[in-house]
Design a protein around this ligand. Structure first.
Ligand SMILES: NC(=O)c1ccc[n+]([C@@H]2O[C@H](COP(=O)([O-])OP(=O)(O)OC[C@H]3O[C@@H](n4cnc5c(N)ncnc54)[C@H](OP(=O)(O)O)[C@@H]3O)[C@@H](O)[C@H]2O)c1
Length: 274
């Protein structure tokens, strides 16, 4: 199936990288960006046809020509204009896959009437095949189309079908949530450096610790059990975790997960059409 990526920046590029690594033929992909610089960087990184809107105002319309699925990776507030631009050029049966954080299915369906519409919420580890891609489809989207998109996306990571009401939670837990892991890693590096470790060693040690923790979690998705296994009463881990708990870590995390989801709901209201 030919696919188009309209707006291929941090998230679109990561998702496309994962989809290509899983076997999508690069010659069946047409991507677009705004600037020539982004287009040439993407072309050399991923080897797909990439056209910049600055160089060709018809770039988005040309990219969707003949596409069976159109992935929208522009910023949420640009979606209405992008839909108006590509709408007349879309093949009749093209599926629309939006990754915009703040645009709900009703608004997508308003912008793309009579088309199968799917909303996804990926995260950036999609570029290395370890993404999490929450997926909610409009009720009118045929099951065969959703199944096909699900298998295409599975190359980029774990596809989690959800009802749209769970999208804000998935944003907090994985789409934005991946950055929360990076934030923890960032502060662990800072703390280690502040205590005298050289920065390169600290970064490599924390990155390897995160990778090891991730691999154990992938095998045993029970973080409390894994934590319990390394926490002896009166030991070093217990001291560190006691410090986290005394500072209200669980509440801090719960508020952050909720804040990300709440922001997505605000953005949905800002971007709502119809
Ligand atoms: N970043 C994440 O972790 C993440 C996670 C989940 C969902 N999302 C969603 O993914 C979408 C993109 O976010 P992002 O972080 O990837 O942003 P980004 O890095 O700024 O990427 C936006 C892309 O759109 C291109 N663009 C701008 N105007 C365009 C136009 N009129 N036609 C075609 N392409 C155009 C940009 O080109 P230039 O580079 O030339 O400006 C760039 O390639 C957003 O809707 C966001 O909500 C992001």
């Amino acid at each position: 199936m030919r696919i188009a990526f309209i707006g291929t920046g941090n998230m679109g590029g990561a998702l496309l990288e994962g989809v290509l690594a899983a076997g999508q033929a690069p010659e069946d992909v047409h991507a677009t960006t705004r600037s020539g610089a982004s287009a040439s960087a993407l072309r050399s990184r991923l080897g797909v046809q990439t056209t910049a809107l600055d160089a060709d105002p018809r770039a988005n319309r040309t990219a969707v020509d003949g596409a069976g699925a159109v992935f929208l990776g522009v910023k949420p507030w640009m979606l209405a204009d992008t839909a108006a631009d590509i709408g007349p050029a879309l093949p009749d049966d093209a599926a629309i896959v939006s990754m915009a954080a703040g645009v709900d299915l009703a608004t997508l369906t308003h912008h793309f009437p009579h088309r199968p519409v799917v909303r996804i919420m990926p995260n950036t580890p999609s570029s290395v095949g370890y993404g999490v891609i929450a997926l909610a489809s409009a009720p009118e989207a045929p099951a065969a189309v959703v199944d096909h998109l699900t298998s295409l996306l599975a190359g980029a990571g774990l596809v989690v079908p959800v009802g749209e009401e769970d999208m804000p939670t998935m944003i907090g837990a994985s789409a934005s949530g991946v950055a929360f892991f990076f934030l923890l890693a960032e502060h662990m590096v800072e703390a280690a450096v502040a205590q005298g470790l050289d920065e390169d060693t600290a970064r490599r040690a924390v990155a390897a610790t995160a990778e090891g923790a991730g691999r154990l979690l992938a095998d045993t998705p029970d973080p409390a059990a894994l934590r319990g296994a390394v926490t002896s009463a009166g030991g070093t881990t217990a001291a560190g975790i006691g410090s986290f708990e005394a500072d209200g870590f669980a509440d801090v995390v719960a508020r952050a997960v909720r804040a990300a989801g709440d922001r997505s709901l605000e953005m949905e209201a800002e971007n709502r059409a119809g």
